[in-house]
Design a protein around this ligand. Structure first.
Ligand SMILES: Nc1ncnc2c1ncn2[C@@H]1O[C@H](COP(=O)(O)OP(=O)(O)OP(=O)(O)O)[C@@H](O)[C@H]1O
Ligand SMILES: [Mg+2]
Length: 351
């Protein structure tokens, strides 16, 4: 192609651009297109590179009828599924561009992340509304009953008020967790500036949860390294991480009768590339089926929704844990086998 200024201009555009001739062959592709679709595009039939009916039709319309179109298409490029917005426009005949019979340009915009974010936002709003509506419906029902049938029945009134108190408490916890999640997410990029003694944090978390462990018949056991275990971190956030993990172990893994909190020092953690402290919260409960493990840290994801709700859970605990650990540049590792109990490990950089 000889038209240098056109080439220079198209090369500077960060979006993939393809020039197609009247025979539907790729005449030229800019650098972004080569990155997306792989090298060696020139001379290939367009349909063999991007097999997508919507794109094929838009190309036809541009070549045969001189129409411009914007079409949304799901394509697979270099083995990756993605959603693109394609702008297909006719190109007038131009011998300098090796287009004696005219052709078409196709510009692609990768909107995969945008669509995913939008879907996540929709899911999130739907989930929050649903989670709030359940206790709210209960509250409204009881208010109605207290106004009518149970008006002059003090025993029923007391019972209903205590249920209402529980439901209101659940809504309050949910709102609290949501605020906490949004705070953690917004400062995820800012590294914590303080220094923490993990021994102190773990002791605090275990003391806080002793009143939950005892009635559940669960023994809380501290193992491994003791003494001062300093690492950079935010004490309140790390307290939130470990109370969440220990609380989960008691609530969902308590049938094993014990929860162990173990600390090990790692001289060189390969992923964190340095010394690290590993805290493992292990239970001997029912364990978690492997299919659930990858989704466990998603907001509102629960293995057994009914049981978790019954226990007052909002399903946000592990999502908060994940973000806090990420802010500390650490790793969260979940290992579990059905029937064998679960191990949740947090690995934090020590230096
Ligand atoms: N130790 C464990 N053993 C078995 N299942 C677990 C364990 N920890 C977590 N889970 C499962 O993971 C789900 C998500 O946990 P998460 O802490 O995010 O939410 P939650 O405990 O239901 O609510 P919240 O922590 O907000 O009170 C739980 O509902 C439970 O099904
Ligand atoms: Mg939890």
């Amino acid at each position: 192609m000889q038209n240098l200024s056109t080439i220079a201009l198209a090369e500077a555009v960060p979006f993939p651009i393809l020039l197609i001739n009247a025979q539907e062959k790729i005449l030229w592709a800019n650098a972004a297109a080569l990155r997306l679709l792989g090298g060696d595009l020139a001379g290939k039939l367009f349909v063999t590179v991007l097999r997508q009916p919507a794109l094929g039709e838009a190309l036809e319309a541009a070549l045969r009828r001189g129409e411009s179109q914007r079409v949304r298409a799901r394509i697979s490029a270099k083995g990756r599924e993605m959603v693109v917005m394609a702008s297909v426009a006719p190109m007038p005949a131009d011998p300098a561009l090796e287009l004696p019979q005219g052709g078409a340009t196709i510009g692609l915009e990768d909107i995969t992340a945008l669509e995913e974010a939008e879907a996540m936002r929709r899911d999130f709003v739907a989930n929050v509304s649903h989670e709030l509506r359940t206790p709210l419906t209960a509250l409204m029902g009881f208010i109605e009953t207290l106004r009518g049938a149970a008006k002059d029945d003090p025993v029923a009134r007391d019972r209903f008020l205590s249920i209402m108190g529980r439901e209101a408490g659940r809504m309050n916890r949910l709102v609290g967790d949501l605020l906490s999640l949004s705070r953690v997410e917004s400062d995820e990029r800012r590294r914590p500036t303080g220094s923490v003694d993990l021994s102190v944090v773990l002791k605090g978390a275990m003391q806080t949860l002793a009143p939950v462990a005892e009635p559940a018949g669960v023994q809380l056991i501290r193992e491994g390294e003791t003494g001062a275990l300093r690492c950079p971190g935010d004490p309140d956030q790390l307290m939130q991480v470990f109370s969440n993990l220990i609380e989960n172990a008691i609530k969902y893994g308590g049938s094993g009768g014990e929860v162990r909190v173990e600390v090990t020092k790692i001289a060189h953690e390969p992923v964190l590339r340095g010394p690290a402290l590993k805290v493992t919260v292990a239970d001997r409960g029912e364990g978690i089926d492997a299919m659930h493990l990858p989704r466990l840290t998603e907001r509102f994801y629960r293995v057994d929704t009914h049981r978790s709700r019954e226990q007052g859970g909002t399903g946000l605990g592990l999502a908060i844990v994940k973000h806090i650990v990420a802010r500390h540049r650490g790793r969260l590792k979940i290992e579990s086998e059905k029937g064998q109990g679960s191990r949740f490990s947090v690995i934090l950089p020590a230096g």
